[in-house]
Design a binder for this molecule. Structure first.
Ligand SMILES: Cc1cc2nc3c(=O)[nH]c(=O)nc-3n(C[C@H](O)[C@H](O)[C@H](O)COP(=O)(O)OP(=O)(O)OC[C@H]3O[C@@H](n4cnc5c(N)ncnc54)[C@H](O)[C@@H]3O)c2cc1C
Length: 410
């Protein structure tokens, strides 16, 4: 096929008279047209067959077109979603004929309700001291600096702004709930406050999703010296302390005992949070510390303290065994049947399984022992009344009075 095409080309070129004959002597320039004329008369030039791309070329062209269309459509869709995200449109205003629904909290309970709630049926108010939802399972990653705090939270207003009817988000702490008069009192507890910082509003329905408070069991030194692991501030606080321990241990002239002490991390609580945190600490120390602080890497020690006979007591035996063997391999010490008696600035006092008391030097203690009692949030007076509403008796009135006095003395 190529030969035919080449011949056709040559034939075409030769048939056109050359404009420049200056290089040829006269007798030659006369002979050439003669020869061509004779050739043309004998064999007419065949028209070249239409160009047909190979299968492979057709496949590439097709793939290219599909890719182009997909990328274009994807970019358009992405732009549309991003635009819709940023400008969700006009929402219905609150309607006085609708019932008022007040949601206390912006955590897991409150946010999952908000996500699935049809707000066109109610006038919804969300009251919470934090105006975002925190993805708690990733909190330990923030604590060791693997994730940035922004990546594990979602603004509550983002959720509410995409609802049909306007949802009012109020950054405040509920301080009192009265289920008899159906009122909730809340106050602005943030650093910056306006002239009005406390008010009471009526509700028709109340959703009480204020979570539980970290329990210290009145153990001395917990509040003063331990890091907590519940809120974003806790994770950031722990991250600061943790890095401080590393830098201070790397300070020139530090004794071996002091380096060992500062690099001993004690996690209290063998529940999911404590186990996750110990694992996260270990991974960080193994993967990053060996590169950044090679001289300290061999001094690191992690101890997990649990008062019960095993870690993760709420999970299956198989998972417990797996966790314990993995931790053993990772050289994380698990101390079960061990109770924390006191936390000091540079040590933790433990009651061992044989009831002996041992003071263990350490650089940081993380308190991951949370009592999971949803009815326990000491900041809302009246919580008990909400929980026991169906059992409310006339004596509930006197109980309410004592709740109020507890609020005033706080
Ligand atoms: C580090 C960590 C890891 C975890 N990992 C897991 C896991 O992997 N799987 C799992 O199932 N669970 C996990 N949990 C537990 C899980 O986070 C809790 O069970 C869950 O948060 C409980 O949801 P909640 O809505 O009851 O409370 P929270 O999510 O704690 O929400 C409480 C809300 O109430 C607000 N609030 C507090 N006081 C007031 C007040 N006075 N007035 C109004 N609002 C108030 C708070 O600001 C917050 O928004 C983890 C917890 C932690 C700390």
């Amino acid at each position: 096929m190529h030969a035919v095409r080449a011949r056709a080309q040559v034939g075409r070129r030769l048939s056109t008279p050359r404009p420049n004959h200056h290089a040829l002597p006269l007798h030659q320039s006369v002979r050439i047209p003669k020869r061509l004329a004779s050739t043309e008369s004998q064999q007419p030039l065949a028209t070249p067959p239409p160009y047909r791309p190979s299968r492979w070329q057709r496949f590439l062209a097709f793939t290219g077109k599909v890719t182009l269309i997909t990328v274009g459509a994807g970019a358009g869709l992405f732009y549309y979603i991003a635009h819709k995200d940023r400008t969700p449109g006009i929402q219905l205003p609150h309607d006085p004929s609708k019932k008022t629904l007040v949601i206390l909290g912006s955590g897991w309970g409150a946010t999952s309700l908000l996500n699935s709630l049809d707000t066109s049926e109610y006038n919804v108010f969300v009251i919470s001291p934090r105006n975002y939802f925190l993805f708690t399972p990733l909190l330990p990653s923030v604590a060791v600096g693997t994730l940035s705090p922004r990546s594990i939270l979602q603004p509550t207003r983002y959720v509410t702004r995409h609802k049909d009817r306007d949802v009012a988000v109020i950054e405040a702490s509920a301080t009192d709930v009265d289920p008899f008069s159906k009122t909730v009192t809340f106050k602005d507890t943030s650093e910056v406050q306006g002239l009005v910082s406390a008010t009471t509003m009526k509700y028709d329905y109340l959703v009480y999703a204020v979570g539980a408070e970290t329990q210290t069991f009145n153990i001395p030194g917990v509040r003063e010296h331990a890091c907590f692991m519940k809120e974003l501030d806790d994770a950031e606080n722990m991250q600061r302390r943790f890095l401080d321990c590393l830098e201070s241990a790397a300070f020139p002239g530090q004794s071996k005992e002091e380096v060992d002490r500062m690099l001993h991390m004690v996690v209290v609580g063998g529940g999911p949070t404590g186990v996750e945190l110990s694992g996260e600490l270990h991974d960080f120390l193994e993967e990053d510390l060996r590169s950044w602080y090679p001289e300290l890497a061999n001094h690191i020690k992690i101890t997990l303290v649990e008062a019960l006979p095993s870690v993760l007591p709420m999970f299956s035996k198989q998972l417990i065994d797996y966790t314990e063997s993995t931790f053993k391999e990772a050289k994380i010490d698990i101390l079960t049947k061990t109770m924390v008696k006191e936390i000091k600035e540079k040590s933790v006092v433990l009651q061992m399984p044989d009831k002996s008391i041992k003071e263990v030097p350490c650089g940081m203690v993380v308190w991951a022992a949370v009592r999971a009692d949803p009815s326990y949030n000491p900041y809302v007076c009246g919580a008990e009344r909400v929980m026991n509403l169906d059992r409310a008796t006339p004596s509930a009135k006197s109980r309410a009075t004592s709740w109020r006095s507890c609020l005033q003395t706080r």
